[in-house]
Write a protein that binds this ligand. Structure first.
Ligand code: SAH
Ligand code: SF4
Ligand code: F3S
Length: 441
């Protein structure tokens, strides 16, 4: 018999993250909470005492992936029964009722507002599952400094939750009401990041430009973050078109550190569908906003999110989406088949577009976006851009990779004088829809 003689070492936690940047940031915070409580971390699930998945509920596919992964991990638990398995995040919140039926081997289920209590939850008796999915209108974790990774870019959560209740979206139900992180806590984190050499800050929130703390709105927040020495670039995601106020546009236009790139989710190009989604803007208002942004911010790059096959989407609505994509000329887009989500306003409406038809529409928007991206990128050939160096390119070949101000991926030849975190000027030599091959002049 093998006796595990681990009594004196810190229990090791393995944490896997799904979903959006906000979940990545939450995982860094969860890591900090657990380290504070005496846990060690590991990047190998096989050697972990505790395995945690921080999950996403945005589409059914996201949940299916996690359920598949959970049954793999259940085998690791069989191999060492005292090992604990926990499910965190949006899916924990969304499926709280059914999760323990689908995955009875789970020891801990914790929603996005329960991370502070994780050490207690994990201390529970093995085999006796603990579930904590209370949403807390006041929780911003503002006193917890996340365990950031060592990259040139860091994500800083500035607000949590969402009050928009778009008809298709589960976020307000799984993340709760909108609340902003107090300004002093944000500035403290940004200063701390600057001290450890982070160059680029990405401010995060589901409707990040709805930020408000006392009298400070998002435009002013951008300016205050820009005033922190050592930080050279500032980005943010995701702004909601309805909260894109003049002060935010002005801050983007006037503050050189705020980069000329905006992810501005439109979802659909049909006014009928936008109204059914409850997005709070028309295509005309959206296009006017794009014009204002482009005239205030030269060389602005725009990306978006598109949903195809929402309840009631007819061929003519879909054609209007293609038309809007062409009119805006997005630099890139994330495109999704509509997925009916329990708890949302559109849930009871169900699906009117078949899966085959959604697939056809998705393939069409993807093909259009590929050609738009290629066209926009090719127009950059011959121009020069400052690139923040992130590291060696994944495809190797003596190339390095970084982002242009417009958040485009640029590849360029490595040289001994170029280091991670430097900003180098590159000249675009050729372009695909997804990257820019460059030289260092
Ligand atoms: N807060 C952001 C979006 C967050 S979710 C915003 O409002 O812009 C990211 C994207 O997932 C959304 O923009 C939307 O395009 C997509 N999405 C959300 N719910 C979805 C659903 N039920 N089916 C398919 N895509 C969905
Ligand atoms: Fe979801 Fe709409 Fe909130 Fe975005 S703004 S998170 S799409 S409810
Ligand atoms: Fe998914 Fe939750 Fe983000 S549902 S998209 S991980 S806020």
């Amino acid at each position: 018999m093998i006796v595990e003689n681990n009594a004196c070492r810190a229990p090791r936690v393995y944490l896997e993250t799904y979903g959006c940047q906000m979940n990545i940031a939450d995982s860094q915070m969860v890591t900090a909470i657990l380290q504070q409580a005496g846990y060690a971390t590991t990047s190998d699930a096989n050697e972990a005492d505790i395995i945690l998945l921080n999950t996403c509920a945005i589409r059914e596919h996201a949940e299916d992936r996690v359920l598949g992964r959970l049954s793999d991990l259940a085998r690791l638990k069989d191999a060492r029964p005292r090992r604990k398995l926990g499910l965190l995040g949006c899916m924990a919140q969304h499926n709280r009722a059914s999760l323990l039926k689908k995955a009875p081997w789970l020891d801990v289920v914790a929603g996005p507002d329960s991370y502070r209590r994780l050490p207690e939850l994990l201390a529970g008796v093995a085999g006796d599952p603990t579930v904590d999915v209370r949403l807390d209108r006041a929780e911003t974790y503002s006193d917890i400094s996340p365990a950031y990774d060592s990259g040139v870019r860091a994500y800083v959560t500035v607000m949590r939750g969402c009050d928009k209740f778009c008809a298709f979206c589960v976020v307000p139900y799984v993340r709760g009401r909108e609340r902003s992180v107090p300004l002093p806590a944000i500035l403290r984190e940004v200063e701390r990041l600057a001290e450890r050499g982070t160059k680029e800050i990405v401010l995060l929130g589901q409707t990040v430009n709805a930020y408000r703390y006392n009298q400070v709105g998002f435009g002013q927040l951008l300016r205050m973050v820009a005033a922190v020495d050592g930080i050279t670039r500032i980005r943010f995601t995701s702004p909601h078109p309805s909260d894109m106020t003049a002060d935010v546009i002005e801050a983007m236009a006037q503050e050189p550190k705020v980069q000329p790139y905006l992810h501005l989710p439109v979802q659909s190009g049909s006014d009928r569908i936008l109204a059914a989604m409850g997005r709070g803007y028309t295509t005309e208002a959206y296009l006017r906003l794009v014009e204002r942004l482009r005239s205030a911010i030269p060389n602005l790059a725009l990306s978006t999110d598109i949903i195809v096959g929402f309840h009631g989407e007819e061929e003519s609505d879909f054609a209007a989406t293609l038309d809007l994509m062409r009119r805006v000329g997005y630099d890139s887009a994330f495109m999704f088949k509509y997925s009916v989500r329990e708890h949302t306003r559109a849930f009871k409406l169900g699906d009117t577009v078949s899966n085959e038809e959604k697939s056809r529409r998705l393939a069409e928007v993807i093909a259009l976006q590929e050609s738009l991206s290629l066209e926009r990128n090719r127009a950059l050939i011959g121009r020069e851009f400052p690139v923040l160096v992130e590291g060696p390119a994944r495809r190797g070949g003596g190339m390095m990779v970084g982002k242009t101000p417009q958040f485009k991926t640029a590849l360029f030849p490595a040289s001994p004088s170029i280091n991670i975190g430097d900003t180098v000027n590159v000249r675009i030599a050729s372009a695909t829809a997804h990257s820019l091959l460059s030289t260092v002049p």
